[in-house]
Ligand binder design. Structure first.
Ligand SMILES: Nc1ncnc2c1ncn2[C@@H]1O[C@H](COP(=O)(O)OP(=O)(O)OP(=O)(O)O)[C@@H](O)[C@H]1O
Length: 222
């Protein structure tokens, strides 16, 4: 799915009680762009991804995507937006361990493109991530790095307009870190917007831009 609209963060803030994580965050993230979200541990990188990913509320400000302000979606709208537009690549993979690789990939889909086409695209995606022929393997039988690659294959098949990747390479070797970055690049070439929360200098350097969260409440942009 090609994205034509940016994500606009408009004067966004997050606080827990009296503690300000970030405030006055404004930025425009364009289709085709990878943005690295950086900052020290505890600066709120995951929280920012979760706010954009509708997993957590911002305290103030707006997150605009086309006609939607994500901070104001009702339950049903949020569910549809998550299903239709968002893709997640999190450190804990968010996979169902007892289900096969193929089932996990299918679970992320809005609608099936038809059984034959779906089987082919799952096969191609698994091949792209170096897991050719592993469709029927239960995820719990895969290593951590292999599970992360199943999550990557799921993103390829879903092809979401917005991808939120939280420390997507934290437990991977250099070869697989490159694979993740290459696949995310392929997604942006299709028009996706990718946000990566990371401590990896290599990942941040490979991004098109950087949002640096600098506590106690400052933000710098590169
Ligand atoms: N529900 C909550 N209530 C209160 N504080 C919270 C809650 N969730 C997260 N925090 C705090 O918000 C801060 C930011 O957490 P977050 O995970 O977003 O940081 P991060 O920059 O991603 O950190 P790291 O690099 O260590 O993963 C942390 O200090 C955390 O303890």
């Amino acid at each position: 799915m090609t994205s034509t609209v940016p994500i606009i963060l408009d004067d966004l803030s997050k606080r827990y009680g009296t503690r300000v994580l970030w405030q006055g965050l404004s930025a425009t993230l364009n289709p085709g762009e990878i943005a690295a979200v950086t900052g020290p541990s505890g600066s709120g990188k995951s929280t920012l991804l979760n706010a954009i990913g509708l997993l957590e509320n911002a305290s103030a400000g707006r997150i605009l995507v086309g006609d939607h302000d994500l901070t104001r979606l009702r339950f049903g709208q949020a569910r549809r937006f998550r299903r239709d537009t968002l893709g997640y690549l999190f450190q804990n993979f968010a996979l169902v361990g007892s289900a096969t690789a193929s089932t996990n990939i299918r679970l992320g889909l809005v609608r099936s493109p038809g059984r034959e086409l779906l089987t082919r695209s799952i096969g191609a995606a698994l091949e792209r991530v170096g897991l050719a022929g592993r469709e029927r393997t239960p995820v719990f039988q895969l290593s951590g790095g292999e599970q992360q690659r199943v999550a990557l294959a799921r993103l390829i098949v879903k092809n979401p307009r917005i991808i939120l990747a939280d420390e997507p390479t934290a437990s991977l070797d250099a070869g697989n870190e490159k694979l993740v970055l290459d696949v995310l690049r392929e997604r942006t070439a299709e028009g996706a917007i990718v946000l990566i929360a990371t401590h990896s200098a290599a990942l941040a350097a490979a991004a098109d831009r950087t949002l640096t969260l600098a506590p106690p409440a400052g933000i710098s942009r590169g």
